[in-house]
Ligand binder design. Sequence first.
Ligand SMILES: [Fe+2]
Ligand SMILES: [Fe+2]
Length: 292
Amino acid sequence: MAHGHGGRGRFPPFPCPDHPSLFMGYTKEESVEKVIVHDLPTHDTIEILGVNDGHIGDEKTDETAFKGFIKHIAEAPNRYWVYNGDNINNAIKSSVSNTYNERYSPAQQKEILIGMLRPIADKCLAFVPGNHEARSGKETDCHLVWDIACRLVGDDMATKLYRENEAVIKVRFGSKANNKPVAYIGLINHGFGGGSLPGSAMNGMYKYAIAFNDVDFTLSGHVHKGILSGKFARRVIDPRNDLITLRDFCVLINGAWADYGGYASRKGFPPGTKGAGRVILHNYTKRMNVLI
Ligand SMILES: [Fe+2]
Ligand SMILES: [Fe+2]
């Protein structure tokens, strides 16, 4: 091989001095991120729920409904959850939210939320911040969701479960006909995107999900446009058997826990319903539903 940089697999250091553009692109080594793997107890179904957009501290938050949702997660052993951002409102001085309208100070919001989530802490599969918690990261380098995760599950488990931007989780449980567990891959992201109508949120998540080859479901929030879901398919090349197959994936975009009004009405956004759906993963054969 030219330049003596070895056989298969590894790229030379680059840019290659003789051919600067020859090996541009990601190497395996530099593009690695870790999947969060969970081996869960066997049930006929596992339910994955997103806890997002609680906005504790916002005067419009329906705390009774939010607490009811957390109790619902606690009540069944097959229900698991992901922390998916914006669970405190965190109206600090530099943010668009009005500091004077808050029910509690940002520090109180954090304590109240930790108290609410403590009963379900051991069922959390991942922690991802939202833009409201991220305000403190940008302004003061305080990473609130990291702190919340450490308080809820301890430093070691927080290191495993926390991701700054997005988390990819693998959930394994039960068994298939070949006695191996059923495995599902979930893509957890607080959410993103502008657009005033629900379709723009779904377009954004669809585009995001399709860039991953093996994602079975996505869970997000952020857009406050009601609860949105869809089931799609992607084409997957099976190089071992030289086949092109189809594989389903689900998109679930959760709503927020706020009543309508305030910022949304001032900006003329249509109301989205409150609350969250769930992803249902089946045992025995790989099959998913989204329930909203
Ligand atoms: Fe939000
Ligand atoms: Fe958000």
